[in-house]
Design a protein around this ligand. Structure first.
Ligand SMILES: [Cu+2]
Length: 495
């Protein structure tokens, strides 16, 4: 046994040296990585593929740590660096594996405040991507966090368990649903071919920005929390023998997401209706909302916007979370606009495109100004000089968008998104602090500049109101427009 493990470690070490050598030239072998992998190898309840999955998570974790360390180093040396200038966009590679089995995975974006202190206002929120293979069952569990999810792909059944009842719901692509903190939930992907993919926003209720999962039903993997209690305590609690308890809490070894048979799936899904309650009637309605079947709040040939009106939805209203979905036609864009109160956390689901935002918080043009304004340095030197002795400047934040990109738009910040020429751009947005939020368009119909009187326009722009109007009243579409390339090419195409 000892010899075998030693050999395994040796082999692993060799693989690791090669791996490290290939991926990062100057990174030395991290003792934490070795220890992490070593622990994976020694999880007796893991089979070979689980061990490999575990080791992969170690690597991802260490890579992320390394990336952040380098970024911090650079930032401290120069006072800034490239990512520093754009802390608002996260690419898909930045998701870390929370758990991963052969049947699916849960990936989580690092804490926002790990990236920048600009995110203090949303530091408690985390973004997650979950996926499960066809014909799988996700074991019952509860979280110390409220979770809001959007079904990005596939269909399934979610069951919520309360003290007096169970509520089961069919979900499919386009549904939005809340799983409240502490409520035990389980999930089935009943589809034969399609993966079930959920985009989630979680709001931990105890430890800011940190959440944990609790498995009661389970065994060795996932470990059941019942296993933490003394046998005599469980014997007394369940009025049974410890042999029986030992049996029941030791058998599950397959992990969080397991394959289920055709018959089991059939028994667990309720085809007769989308909503079935067993037990007493619910006080709160947790039914999923079909976001994509709402009447769009903006719709033309350039795009469609779907929004949940949270004043109609008690569950979302209590959380203060709005959810919207934008489908921008290929080559088109949305109006530049800003949110009055909400911070938008957007996840690109399909297509490619471009994001631009005006931000007064970051600057790359002038190092000195940067030091005064940069809130990343929220201690020490940024104290001197209460912000601006220099005129206010808005830096252009811009980024490519592709599936898995997450971008954050703080309140008040004007921004646009533009779809590429080849595909529609589909974006799901969670709006934090959405109560009483308003979207203020800056071009096209409902453009707020149209409501300013002539004298105010003349004073503000130092030119004639006619000249101002000739700019701000040209665009007559609402919310979605022809994009920059299409607009430039219109002469060729149309005239
Ligand atoms: Cu800003």
């Amino acid at each position: 046994m000892g010899l075998l493990t030693n050999r395994l470690c040796l082999v692993l070490l060799l693989i690791m040296v090669v791996y490290v050598g290939v991926t990062t030239t100057e990174a030395k072998e991290d003792p934490e990585l070795r220890q992490c992998k070593h622990q994976c190898r020694h999880q007796r309840q893991f089979d070979e593929s689980q061990k490999l999955g575990c080791e992969r998570s170690c690597e991802e974790y260490i890579e992320e740590k390394e990336r952040i360390r380098k970024w911090r180093e650079q930032r401290d040396e120069l006072g800034r660096d490239e990512t520093d200038n754009n802390p608002y966009v996260f690419q898909e590679e930045q998701f870390r594996t929370h758990f991963s089995t052969q049947q699916g995975s849960l990936r989580v974006l690092p804490k926002f405040t790990q990236r920048s202190q600009l995110f203090k206002g949303i530091q408690n929120f985390r973004v997650l991507l979950f996926q499960a293979n066809p014909h799988t069952f996700i074991l019952p569990n509860h979280w110390d966090a409220d979770a809001i999810f959007f079904v990005a792909q596939g269909r399934g059944t979610v069951s919520l368990v309360f003290t007096d009842r169970r509520e089961s719901f069919s979900i499919e692509q386009g549904h939005v649903m809340v799983i409240p903190a502490g409520v035990t939930a389980y999930l089935i992907n009943e589809d034969n071919d399609e993966k079930l993919v959920l985009a989630k926003l979680v709001n931990p209720v105890s430890n800011p920005g940190k959440f944990v999962t609790f498995f009661g039903p389970g065994g060795r993997n996932p470990e059941s929390f019942f296993n933490a209690f003394s046998p005599e305590v469980l014997e007394a609690a369940f009025k049974t023998s410890s042999a029986r308890l030992e049996r029941i809490f030791s058998q599950q070894r397959e992990g969080v997401i397991i394959r289920a048979s055709e018959e089991q799936i059939r028994a667990l899904t309720h085809k007769e209706g989308s909503h079935s309650v067993f037990g007493s009637k619910s006080s709160k309605d947790f039914s999923p909302v079909h976001l994509l079947r709402q009447r769009p709040t903006a719709s033309n040939e350039f795009g469609k916007l779907f929004e949940i009106d949270i004043s109609d939805n008690k569950v979302l209203q209590d959380l203060g979370i709005g959810v919207s979905f934008a489908n921008i036609s290929q080559g088109s864009m949305n109006t530049p606009f800003y949110n009055s109160r909400a911070t938008k956390v957007a996840i690109v689901l399909n297509g490619k495109g471009q994001f631009e935002m005006a931000c007064p918080h970051v600057s790359k043009s002038d190092h000195h100004h940067h030091q005064h304004r940069n809130p990343h340095h929220d201690s020490g030197r940024s104290q001197q000089g209460e912000e601006r002795e220099t005129p206010i400047h808005y830096e252009k934040i811009s980024s490519e968008l592709r599936p898995g990109t997450v971008f954050v738009v703080p309140p008040g910040h004007p921004f646009v998104t533009i779809a590429s020429q080849n595909n529609n751009l589909e974006v799901i947005c969670f709006e934090i602090n959405a109560e009483n939020n308003q979207k203020f368009p800056l071009a096209g119909q409902k453009n707020i500049l149209r409501n300013i009187e002539s004298e105010a326009k003349e004073l503000a722009f130092a030119t004639s109101a006619d000249e101002v109007d000739s700019v701000f009243e040209n665009q007559d579409e609402f919310f979605f427009f022809r994009g920059p390339r299409q607009w430039r090419q219109r002469g060729v195409a149309v005239v």
